[in-house]
Design a protein around this ligand. Structure first.
Ligand SMILES: C[S@@+](CC[C@H](N)C(=O)[O-])C[C@H]1O[C@@H](n2cnc3c(N)ncnc32)[C@H](O)[C@@H]1O
Ligand SMILES: [Zn+2]
Length: 432
């Protein structure tokens, strides 16, 4: 058993991070971790020196993906904004892998303290070597510590001694929902929770009973399943927070097709919200392509405008899930300003960070309902060619509708325009 003492522990607390051999995820009892390793085995890259945002680190035999760099960028920008507005920043990197996030939180966001935790104690040397680029410090000045606990245990222990974090980052495989309650408890009020879900089958509606178990949401296949994945994840957190007397607000939501990976950053506030405006159901009609939202008190009134009867087999319903904006426009604007300040824009790699954050700002319009219309699908349903996104956007705005691009898919639009009007406007544009 290894004992470590972080800087914030008071003398009255149980003052140690403990590592029990019985927790070692390599033990045969730890099927969760083992099955994750099995599924993701192709991502265990051979040890080599990597460079991300100018920081050198090694990956050893740990799970590491270059493609997650954008998700790490977003986490670091948010951590830095938090430090700037609150003055201090204590982070739990609950599933740190090789420790690259922890290193970036320390070096770039200037975190005061990072607990870099990964259940796999075989990663210890690699994490410690990577973090040793940052002076570790001692006593109250200690800046980082490496632990090897199951994430739940790490969070429960910190909660039990009243040692809270400003930001908890849970970069898990599969679904995060098993960590939600302990994370809320270990988080300072007003703190940030950065969640990950890699369960594309559930968000795609292919495992509705899995999504029901994990997030309390029965998800059916819909053409905007990747946005549903983000809303399902936020909705799961909304439900769990309410149970503890908290409410959460998404600051940004980010879908990446590598994996796929769904990431959301939530701010946690005290007090339940006494309205369910942003937590309900989404419908999609496979006949006409119309989608809508349904609130709890409208559950008996579902129907699609294209159908004469109220009950239509073409209408699929998913939920409950988060129905509100995917991002906070003011917050994402601050992220974009910081990214510009740091020279992180116009880099010509993947989807440029500036473009990503700009589309997120567009998507934050509270008038925009869940989902998006994929232009090709609309066109083939209506047996027509589709106008360009640009033409369609300005035509929709001219008719008084809200509209934005989607950061999830390039050839799609988010709008509050019903499908029948959308097709009419698209047709007009093709004739002009
Ligand atoms: C997706 S990887 C982390 C990648 C890393 N955050 C990065 O950005 O490169 C997930 C990590 O979680 C660890 N892990 C899996 N289950 C865990 C659990 N219950 N508690 C703590 N760590 C766990 C695995 O050993 C693995 O290193
Ligand atoms: Zn319909």
């Amino acid at each position: 058993m290894l004992t470590l003492t972080p800087k914030t522990l008071s003398s009255s607390s149980s003052s140690s991070f403990t590592l029990h051999k019985s927790q070692n995820p390599k033990s045969p009892n730890s099927s969760r971790l083992q099955s994750s390793k099995w599924r993701f085995s192709t991502n265990f890259v051979k040890s080599e020196i990597q460079i991300e945002r100018g920081l050198e680190f090694e990956t050893g035999e740990t799970f590491f993906r270059h493609e997650s760099a954008r998700g790490r960028d977003l986490g670091v920008l948010s951590a830095s904004l938090y430090k700037r507005s609150n003055g201090s920043l204590r982070i739990l990197d609950a599933m740190c892998g090789c420790g690259i996030r922890s290193l970036r939180y320390l070096a770039e966001a200037e975190a005061d303290f990072v607990m870099a935790n990964d259940a796999n104690d075989a990663y210890r040397r690699i994490i410690t070597d990577n973090l040793s680029k940052i002076e570790r410090g001692t006593g109250d000045e200690r800046r980082w510590v490496v632990t090897h606990q199951l994430a739940n245990k790490a969070m429960i222990e910190r909660y039990m001694v009243g040692d809270f974090f400003d930001l908890i980052d849970i970069d898990s495989f599969g679904s995060d929902s098993a960590f939600l309650r302990d994370a809320f408890n270990a988080l300072r009020l007003g703190g940030l929770l950065y969640l990950t879900c890699t369960d594309g089958y559930s968000s795609g509606g292919h495992r509705p009973y899995n999504s029901l178990a994990a997030y309390g949401a029965f998800i059916r296949p819909m053409p905007f399943g990747n946005e549903i994945g983000l809303r399902m994840l936020i909705g799961g957190a909304v439900r769990e927070a309410a149970l503890l007397g908290y409410h959460v607000k998404p600051l940004f939501s980010y879908y990446s097709y590598h994996g796929p990976v769904f990431r959301v950053l939530l701010r946690v506030h005290r007090g339940k919200l006494h309205e369910d405006r942003n937590y309900g159901f989404v419908t999609f009609c496979h006949l006409c392509g119309n989608s809508d939202t349904v609130r709890w008190d409208e559950l008996g009134l579902m129907g699609c405008p294209c159908s004469d009867t109220k009950a239509s087999p073409s209408l699929k319903v998913s939920g409950p899930m988060w129905l509100g904006p995917l991002h906070d426009a003011t917050y994402v604007t601050e992220m974009l300003d910081l990214a510009k300040e740091w020279g992180w824009v116009s880099e010509g790699i993947g989807m440029d960070l500036e473009k990503l954050l700009s589309i997120m700002i567009e998507e934050s319009d509270p008038r925009l309902p869940p989902g998006y219309t994929i232009m090709d699908q609309m066109a083939s349903r209506a047996k027509m060619n589709s106008p360009s996104l640009k033409k369609m956007m300005s035509a929709l705005v001219k008719e008084g509708y809200a509209v934005s691009r989607s950061h999830i898919i390039s050839n799609a639009l988010k709008t509050d325009c019903p499908m029948s009007d959308f097709v009419r406007i698209a047709n007009n544009e093709m004739q002009n």
